[in-house]
Design a protein around this ligand. Structure first.
Ligand SMILES: *[C@@H]1O[C@H](CO)[C@@H](O)[C@H](O)[C@H]1NC(C)=O
Length: 234
């Protein structure tokens, strides 16, 4: 799509913007910002290699590591799907900050290693895993600074970011080969974690959510790097 648009720009000698999928908005026009962000989502989902934006669905995460409250977890070769149906619930820009709230359901699959204690249970195992999360709402805020880009124009730079989230509907966990495939040990743990998904999510989800948000932020960084502020904002 982008290639075609740029080709057209070159052919007709018109002034070609580098991100034609972004409609510039005035900073105070939140209806315009929301509409523009919604219209840009499909480009972020499939990725725009010309701008250094990688695909968000499927989203690949090589390594996710966590170690909190006595639970050590490593997920490798993870593929996250479902972000193509993400909905932006709110987006606001003020005083050098951009805050986006989005809702999505996602499925993760890959390889896991777990050790330590999950809630009450001693847990260990390694193998394939599958986690489905229904209706997670993630709110993230980035701090923006205007810096001079390679083209000599002002560009946004993300200096800091933070996020919070809440899972609304539920989560399902499937860890293959827990306790070396000992079903006598694994079955009650599986039943327990699926019944107590909310508490389990509090221990398992933070590194996962952080890894997903980090990729989204990297893609927004890539966009800001390539596209000057005057093409993003009026
Ligand atoms: C943009 O922000 C990052 C993170 O704070 C920083 O490392 C980088 O030097 C900044 N880039 C410019 C051009 O100021």
């Amino acid at each position: 799509m982008l290639r075609v648009l740029c080709f057209v720009c070159v052919m007709f000698g018109v002034n070609c913007v580098s991100a034609p999928f972004i409609k510039p908005c005035a900073k105070s026009d939140s209806a315009c910002i929301q509409a523009s962000a919604r219209a840009a989502i499909p480009y972020f989902i499939t990725g725009v290699p010309e701008l250094g934006i990688s695909s968000l669905d499927p989203l690949k995460l090589a390594v996710i590591k966590g170690d909190q409250e006595g639970l050590r977890l490593t997920f490798t070769n993870t593929v996250v799907t479902g972000l193509r149906d993400a909905a932006i619930e709110d987006i606001k820009q003020d005083a050098g900050k951009l805050t986006v709230t989005a809702r999505s359901s996602v499925a993760l699959r890959g390889d896991y290693t777990l050790g330590g204690r999950l809630l009450l249970f001693p847990i260990r195992g390694e193998g394939k895993y599958n986690i489905k999360i229904q209706d997670i709402v993630i709110k993230s805020t980035v701090d923006l600074k205007s810096v001079e880009g390679a083209d000599g124009k002002p560009h946004w730079n993300i200096t800091k970011w933070r996020h919070s989230y809440r899972v609304h509907t539920g989560a399902q966990f499937d860890f293959d080969n827990l306790f070396n495939g000992n079903k006598f040990l694994a079955t009650p743990v599986h039943e327990f974690v699926n019944l107590n998904w909310r508490e389990v999510m509090q221990e398992v989800a933070p590194p996962i959510v952080r890894a997903i948000v980090a990729v989204v932020i990297d893609n927004i960084r890539a966009l800001f790097n390539m596209v000057p502020i005057d093409e993003l904002q009026l």
